[in-house]
Design a protein around this ligand. Structure first.
Ligand SMILES: *[C@@H]1O[C@H](CO)[C@@H](O)[C@H](O)[C@H]1NC(C)=O
Ligand SMILES: *[C@@H]1O[C@H](CO)[C@@H](O)[C@H](O)[C@H]1NC(C)=O
Ligand SMILES: *[C@@H]1O[C@H](CO)[C@@H](O)[C@H](O)[C@H]1NC(C)=O
Ligand SMILES: *[C@@H]1O[C@H](CO)[C@@H](O)[C@H](O)[C@H]1NC(C)=O
Ligand SMILES: CC(=O)N[C@H]1CO[C@H](CO)[C@@H](O)[C@@H]1O
Length: 205
């Protein structure tokens, strides 16, 4: 009895030894996780995928102005460098909904899932109207990034920053799945604006 248990241990030890030998070969095993609710508040920060970044965190994003109608205002995620006002200092991810909170901590603002063929990351703010929020957002971690990264419908590698060439409000805004946006310069025949690929970090506040 003792002998057979012992030999089972010996065999197990050999199997484990063999297994760890196999794992020691260059096979990358990444624990990729996707969650739709984050316990902490955060801000969005864009990390340039092609060019050197000022630091490992990247460029902070805020909710830039995108117009208003009676009772509702609209925003688009833009770099703070191009729209230097931070009217919504913290965000939340709850059940796939991306929410923005004003400085009082009030919640009247939800993000819409961007159009899959090149939409911007848009937000609506209203204390009068109520539209069910999109539940398409999630936070991905694959163990290779410092922070969880933003995904929409599970896709995290299709975010682009597109610097507008609009004469008055040249916001550098976040788009999904497009490498160019039409010129907003008003000049006829102006060429399209080139976007650059970014990773969107969710940095705790
Ligand atoms: C990324 O690179 C582009 C192209 O050089 C540059 O204009 C932009 O400021 C950079 N953006 C960030 C977020 O670092
Ligand atoms: C990282 O660099 C950006 C500018 O690209 C700056 O706005 C931000 O504050 C920096 N973050 C840290 C933690 O230094
Ligand atoms: C990206 O946009 C193209 C059309 O421009 C579309 O065919 C493709 O399905 C989109 N990809 C995603 C991931 O939505
Ligand atoms: C934000 O989303 C929640 C949940 O869907 C909804 O109850 C709320 O009315 C939305 N806010 C606005 C301003 O639409
Ligand atoms: C997880 C989450 O969203 N937490 C909080 C973020 O901040 C707002 C207001 O500042 C709270 O209402 C949320 O509960």
């Amino acid at each position: 009895m003792f002998t057979s248990v012992h030999s089972v241990f010996v065999s197990l030890a050999l199997v484990l030894a063999a297994t760890s030998f196999v794992l020691a070969t260059p096979v990358q095993i990444s624990a990729r996780s996707s969650i739709t609710t984050l316990a902490n508040n955060f801000t969005l920060v864009a990390l340039n995928n092609t060019l050197p970044n000022a630091n490992s965190t990247g460029a902070p994003l805020v909710l830039g102005s995108a117009g208003a109608i009676d009772g509702e205002s609209f925003h688009v995620s833009s770099t703070y460098a191009s729209y230097p006002y931070n009217d919504f200092p913290s965000l939340g991810l709850v059940g796939g909904q991306l929410r923005a909170f004003d400085p009082d901590g009030s919640w009247y603002t939800n993000a819409s899932a961007p159009l899959s063929s090149g939409g911007s990351l848009d937000w609506g703010t209203s204390s009068f109207y109520s539209t069910p929020a999109s539940t398409a957002f999630s936070a991905l971690s694959d163990g290779t990034t410092d922070f969880p990264i933003l995904a929409v419908n599970g896709i995290s590698n299709s975010w682009y920053l597109c610097p507008s060439d609009a004469p008055r409000v040249p916001q550098n805004s976040l788009y999904f799945n497009t490498t160019t946006i039409p010129s907003q310069s008003g000049v006829s025949g102006a060429s399209a604006v080139e976007c650059y690929s970014v990773t969107v970090n969710l940095v705790p506040v």
